[in-house]
Design a protein around this ligand. Structure first.
Ligand code: M6R
Length: 369
C-alpha cells in the first residue's frame, strides 16, 4: 500500500534509495568485478558490439540519454538514443554488431515492443532494461537486465527512472570491463560512488520541505522552463515532463547551450527557470557556462531556481533559490538532481488539487501504437 504516504507517487519517490540499492545488489563479486551473467549474451559477442541503439519512450528515453553520456564516456562505443516510435519507421541501419538496448518500466509499451521486434528482424542483439518480471519486452529480447525498483503504481514514473539509470550505468561499466576501457580500480571507484547514492537520496528527501514550500508558492505560474547540460540535460527534460503530466502547465526542458539559439526569447519578467547545475568538477568546465546562463536569464527578469551540488557557492549570487544535492561524481549526478524536480512536480500538482497518481488523459502503460 502507500506506506503512510498520501499518494503512491510520494511513496515511490521515497522508495528511491531502496530502488537504487536493490538494482545494484548482487551484481558484483567479492573481488569487485561486475557480474552480469543474467545478460545471457556471450562476452565475445558483447565485445564485438560496435554500436548501441537505445530505444524507449517518455521518461525511459531520458534514462536512455543519460546512458548515452555514460556509455560513450566509459566504453568509447557510439550510442544513439531514439524514441521507439520514430526508430521503427525510418529505415535504421542495424547489423549483428549493433546492440539494441530497450528501456521500459512496464515492459509492455507497444511502441518499444514494435521497435525491438523490428531490430531483431534486422539482426540486432537485444537487451531489455525492464522493471517488470516476465513482461513482453524482456520475453522477446535476447537478454534482460532487470531494474529492481519494485512495482510502480503512480502513472508518473519516478523510482523506475532512477533504477533505469542505475542499470544503464551497470551495463556501461560491464562493457568497459569486458573491453578493458577502464581499469578495474576505476570501475571499483565508480561502483563505490554508486553504492553511496541511496544515502545521498535520503539526505535530499530529508530536506524536501524547501521544495514543497517553493512549489506551493508557484501554484499560479503558467509556464516553467528547465535548463541543463550534459547529463543535466535529460534531467531538465524529465523535470519538464513531470510538470506537464502532473500539474498540467506548460513546461519545457532545454540544453542550456541552446538558450541563445532561440529559447532565450521566451524569457520575460517573472518567468520561472529551473537550472540543473553541472558539477563544479565537470571535466569540460561546463559549470562556468551554466553560471553565465543563469546571469543571462536573470538579466531578462527570470526567477531562477537552481539545483546545485553542496558547496557550489558560485551559484548563490545569482539564483533566487538554491536547492543543494550531496556531492558525487559528475556522471552520477542525475540520480540526485532529478529528485528535487520530482518533489516539485508532485507538490505543485497537489497544491492545484489534482490527482497526483492518476493524471488526466494518461495510462500507466501505453499498449497501443
Ligand atoms: O513502461 P515504459 O517505461 O515503457 O513507459 C514509457 C513511458 O510511457 C513512460 O515513461 C511515461 O512517459 C511516464 N508517464 C512518465 O512519467
Amino acid at each position: 500500500e502507500k506506506g503512510g504516504f498520501e499518494t503512491f507517487m510520494e511513496k515511490e519517490i521515497h522508495d528511491q534509495p531502496q530502488a537504487v540499492a536493490d538494482t545494484l545488489l548482487g551484481r558484483t563479486d567479492a573481488a569487485g568485478q561486475l557480474i552480469l551473467d543474467e545478460l545471457r549474451i556471450e562476452p565475445e559477442e558483447l565485445m564485438a558490439v560496435n554500436k548501441i541503439i537505445v530505444l524507449a519512450c517518455g521518461t525511459s528515453a531520458y534514462a536512455g540519454m543519460v546512458a548515452k553520456y555514460a556509455i560513450e564516456h566509459w566504453c568509447r562505443i557510439p550510442v544513439e538514443v531514439e524514441l521507439s516510435h520514430e526508430f521503427r519507421y525510418r529505415d535504421p541501419i542495424i547489423d549483428p554488431t549493433t546492440l539494441v538496448v530497450s528501456i521500459s518500466q512496464s515492459g509492455e509499451t507497444m511502441d518499444t515492443l514494435m521497435a525491438v521486434r523490428y531490430a531483431k528482424e534486422q539482426g540486432a542483439r537485444t537487451v531489455a532494461i525492464c522493471n517488470t518480471n516476465g513482461s513482453t519486452i524482456p520475453r522477446e529480447s535476447d537478454a534482460v537486465l532487470y531494474t529492481h525498483a519494485g512495482p510502480e503504481i503512480a502513472v508518473a514514473s519516478t523510482k523506475a527512472f532512477l533504477a533505469q539509470i542505475t542499470a544503464a550505468y551497470l551495463l556501461g561499466l560491464y562493457l568497459a570491463q569486458l573491453n578493458k576501457k577502464l581499469f578495474s580500480g576505476q570501475i571499483k571507484d565508480i561502483l563505490a560512488d554508486l553504492a553511496a547514492i541511496p544515502k545521498k537520496i535520503e539526505d535530499i528527501l530529508e530536506r524536501k520541505q524547501q521544495i514543497k514550500d517553493l512549489a506551493r508558492s508557484m501554484k499560479d505560474d503558467t509556464s516553467v522552463l528547465f535548463l541543463g547540460r550534459n547529463v543535466g540535460y535529460p534531467v531538465a527534460m524529465e523535470g519538464a515532463l513531470k510538470l506537464k503530466e502532473l500539474a498540467y502547465i506548460h513546461a519545457e526542458g532545454f540544453a542550456a547551450g541552446e538558450l541563445k539559439h532561440g529559447p532565450i526569447a521566451l524569457i520575460d519578467e517573472g518567468q520561472p527557470v529551473f537550472v540543473v547545475m553541472p558539477s563544479p568538477m565537470d571535466r569540460h568546465s561546463l559549470h562556468a557556462k551554466v553560471v553565465s546562463n543563469i546571469q543571462e536569464v536573470r538579466a531578462r527578469g527570470a526567477r531562477t531556481f537552481v539545483v546545485a551540488e553542496r558547496g557550489d557557492t558560485a551559484v548563490e549570487a545569482y539564483a533566487e533559490n538554491v536547492f543543494e544535492v550531496p556531492e558525487t561524481q559528475p556522471m552520477l549526478m542525475p540520480l540526485l538532481t532529478t529528485v528535487p524536480l520530482q518533489i516539485f512536480a508532485l507538490e505543485l500538482s497537489s497544491a492545484k488539487g489534482y490527482d497526483v497518481d492518476q493524471p488526466r488523459n494518461l495510462a500507466k502503460s501505453v499498449t497501443v501504437e
